[in-house]
Design a protein around this ligand. Structure first.
Ligand SMILES: [Zn+2]
Length: 550
């Protein structure tokens, strides 16, 4: 095969020259799209398309029917959560390169946990006459984003708009600040905000929308099912959903006012996605995205599915209804872009940052033995195993050899790792005692995670792609499928396909409709969009999905 390949290329080249002579002149390359749209739907499992796709008639339906769809796309890494997912989509690299290994990690220099966008040197710039104090920037992202490549190479500086409920989603998509970059998110208290990293004063264009549309305007709304109840699969009010499990969900609070309890309900409803969609349309219109030569970027991340999915699980009527309403919200957004930019003048890439597990109590027939860990018991078990096997009086002072456990990352007190690795048999004995705990699958140590020696252990390969020395833990502790360290609802963050598989769809300018069963990852999204605007993602590990191109 490798011997034949150059010959085949030669024959094709000869054929190409002949074809060009027949046509007299070579075809001019198509004009690059005026607008690149990146859509991320937080916590959207790939199988939602096959399970619930028949319920969609608008935006999601249009993407499926007119797009290039990669049904087998999956993240190849282990710690499948929001910040790593968005950073992978925007940079075309994995956490071992872009450095966003989790939503948070333990910063050994600062001696405390940090979120992936923490930057003490920045503060908030808020909109709508409200205020909040946060400290966010993109400084901890170690790879160039699609928008960065565009800024570096474009003749006209692109206008970049990134909108989400979550700071980590908007910021990782927006990339490096510039005078024409607008990253906007909701601070969790009803305040729409950005960071001094992007601007020192509130942008009037965002301020006007936030002032006219405070989230309190939805107070009293009743969230009902958009379709007749019989159109939904499975039963409403499944086992272990949070209360109240039944529709309608009234967006009201005990105080009778739009207080913080109301904010929780609002974010956990399709109204949050609708707001993000309408704010995005407003900014596209007012900032004239895609209206002049060159390429602009609109990045929108919808978070309601994640917030609802954690509480109600992937089989709930609530999850299905968030998707039905997102279908409407996306339909509105696409209609607006058709009018503003022209249907054939923008290209769109859509994916998700991770999937989600079933609610363990609902899943006993599918994965017998699925269940929940107590975080405290788990941490105590790790401490006890280390103390037992490296002997008393180890190099820890505050009583525990474990400093922190964040997702799979276990951070040990200074000196503990070296002591374990230098004590004959200690590592193996600790591993044996921890994997004996029901629901614990694997333990990996920093030297195994950082090693370049090939392995046939697929979970170790995935864990290595989530590992960055200095940021990641001294150990990684991987659960069995459908096990989680939380007491209610469900979550994600594992190296299993229910968390790794997500939609990957392209549509619009330069895209050929079709379904492609080739393996693909969300790291292919940025390189493919970059190719369509004539750019190369220099650092990307993802590939250009040539199957999707016209
Ligand atoms: Zn989540």
């Amino acid at each position: 095969m490798t011997i034949l390949r150059p010959l085949t290329a030669f024959v094709l080249a000869i054929g190409g020259v002949g074809a060009m002579t027949d046509a007299q002149t070579p075809q001019a390359p198509p004009a690059p799209p005026r607008l690149v749209v990146m859509l991320v739907v937080d916590q959207m499992r790939a199988d939602y398309i096959s399970l619930y796709g028949h319920q969609w008639t608008k935006g999601l339906r249009r993407l499926l029917d007119t797009g290039a769809v990669f049904p087998l796309a999956a993240y190849p890494y282990a710690y499948t959560v929001t910040c790593p997912g968005h950073a992978t989509i925007s940079t075309g690299t994995f956490p071992n390169t872009h450095g966003m290994i989790g939503n948070e990690w333990y910063d050994r220099e600062l001696g405390k946990s940090v979120v992936c966008t923490d930057d003490a040197s920045q503060t908030s710039v808020s909109f709508g006459g409200r205020s909040v104090v946060e400290h966010h920037s993109v400084a901890r992202l170690n790879a160039l984003t699609f928008t960065d490549e565009l800024r570096i190479h474009a003749v006209r500086q692109p206008t970049v708009v990134a909108v989400s409920l979550k700071a980590r989603s908007a910021i990782t998509m927006a990339g490096t600040p510039s005078p024409t970059t607008y990253a906007v998110w909701e601070a969790g208290n009803g305040t729409w905000t950005t960071s001094t990293a992007y601007t020192s004063t509130p942008w009037p264009v965002v301020d006007a929308f936030a002032t006219k549309h405070p989230i309190s305007e939805d107070y009293g709304h009743a969230w009902t099912r958009a379709l007749p109840p019989a159109s939904y699969l499975f039963s409403d009010s499944g086992v272990a959903e949070i209360a109240p499990a039944e529709f309608p969900h009234k967006l009201e609070s005990k105080t009778g006012k739009p207080d913080s309890d109301y904010g929780v309900l609002w974010r956990r409803s399709p109204l949050a996605d609708r707001y993000v969609g309408r704010l995005s349309q407003h900014l596209a219109r007012e900032l004239k995205l895609g209206q002049s030569a060159g390429t602009d970027v609109l990045a929108v991340s919808f978070s309601a599915l994640d917030i609802v999915g954690h509480e109600y699980g992937p089989h709930s009527h609530e999850v299905q209804d968030v998707l039905v309403r997102l279908d409407e919200t996306l339909g509105e957004l696409l209609d607006t872009l058709d009018t503003l930019v022209g249907r054939d003048r923008y290209v769109l890439g859509m994916s998700s940052d991770h999937g989600v597990a079933q609610i363990p109590e609902q899943d006993q027939n599918v994965v017998p033995g699925s269940g929940r860990h107590s975080s405290t018991a788990l941490r105590n078990a790790i401490s006890a195993a280390i103390e037992t096997h490296v002997g008393p009086g180890g190099p820890w002072t505050a009583g525990s050899p474990v400093t922190s456990r964040l997702g799979p990352n276990v951070y040990l007190a200074p000196g503990v790792l070296a002591r374990v690795l230098s004590t004959a048999g200690a590592r193996e004995a600790i591993n044996t005692s921890l994997v004996a705990i029901e629901g614990v699958a694997r333990i990996y140590w920093a030297d195994e995670l950082g090693s370049l020696v090939a392995t046939d252990d697929p979970i170790l390969r995935a864990a290595r792609l989530s590992y960055m020395p200095g940021r990641s833990g001294d150990m990684m502790l991987i659960f069995d499928p459908q096990w989680m360290a939380q007491s209610t609802g469900t979550t994600h963050g594992t190296p299993y396909l229910f968390d790794q598989r997500v939609p990957l769809i392209f549509a619009g300018a330069g895209i050929k409709p079709g379904r492609h069963l080739a393996s693909a990852t969300p790291a292919d999204l940025a390189p493919t969009l970059a190719h369509l605007v004539g750019l190369t993602m220099g650092q990307a590990t993802g590939r250009v999905l040539v199957e999707a191109l016209r």
